[in-house]
Write a new protein. Sequence first.
Length: 324
Amino acid sequence: DGGTFAALPVAFRTVFYFDNVVITIMGGDGGTFAVKRAYVRGAKTEEKEESKNLKQQQLLRTRLCTHSGESLRVPISCCELGNLYNTESIISALLDKKVSAAASHVRNMKDLKQLKLFPNPNYSPDDEVDGELPAMFSCPITKMEFNGNHPFVAIWSTGYVLSEKAIKELGIEALQSEYGPFQAEDLVKLIPTQFELEAQTAQMVQRRNKRKAEKASKKEHRSTEEAGDGDVSQKEKRKRKHTEGEEGANGKNKLASSTSADGSSGGVSSISKSASLVKSAASVIKDQEQHSTVFKGLFHKDKEKDKHDRDLFMSVAGIRYTLG
């Protein structure tokens, strides 16, 4: 019947090879050891079931939002632990301060990275295989599907999603031009298993500490620069004020000296010049009067002509009066 043993007395240590199944009998204490074939088969079946369940869980994690449990839809983000989220859903939860326990480590938008996923050319909503749909996304280099069966990573600095195989085969340097810039520490494994979660958490803490240190360093550097700029500006202000003061004083001195020159010696000289011009004009007029009666008439009345005009007026007036 294929050979089965109900039980064997254990009086010595021995090994049986039965139907390609290795059976080791251990002891020497008079006990028995069950070696029925059904027991061995059951152990393997449980392992297969666990493996199948794990694959199913990984597949679901590539298709469902960790926060809301809804189907993933673009835009999609990931956290530093490699979990996937509908970007709109997780942002709304952060704003309302109603983040689920599964996403409690997400504090703000800095703890998220929006992903640049590549569509799977073989995906179609109608192409169901054994009750399962093909993955919506895939690696652009290896063409592996992002379904949880193959390890994928997100480049935190740029958001690109590639398979681990592509990173290992091509190397980080070869991918810089198209998917960089990034370093090895920027790689975040997506959908990590329970065994990988501890290392992923440590990496998250390390990344956050580094980000915090960089922020403090930038703040200190900025404060130093502002203090330096403040000192320089104060010095410039004092220097400018001093220069303006000197220029103002020099200007006042020049104005005072100019005013003094025009108002004292300059003023006297202008008065003297005016008097001299008046005298010169009077001399010219007097000289012209002596040589020209016409020119003389401009400045003096002709007494004889004035007398003649008065006599003529009286005569004409008398005639008009007599005739009237």
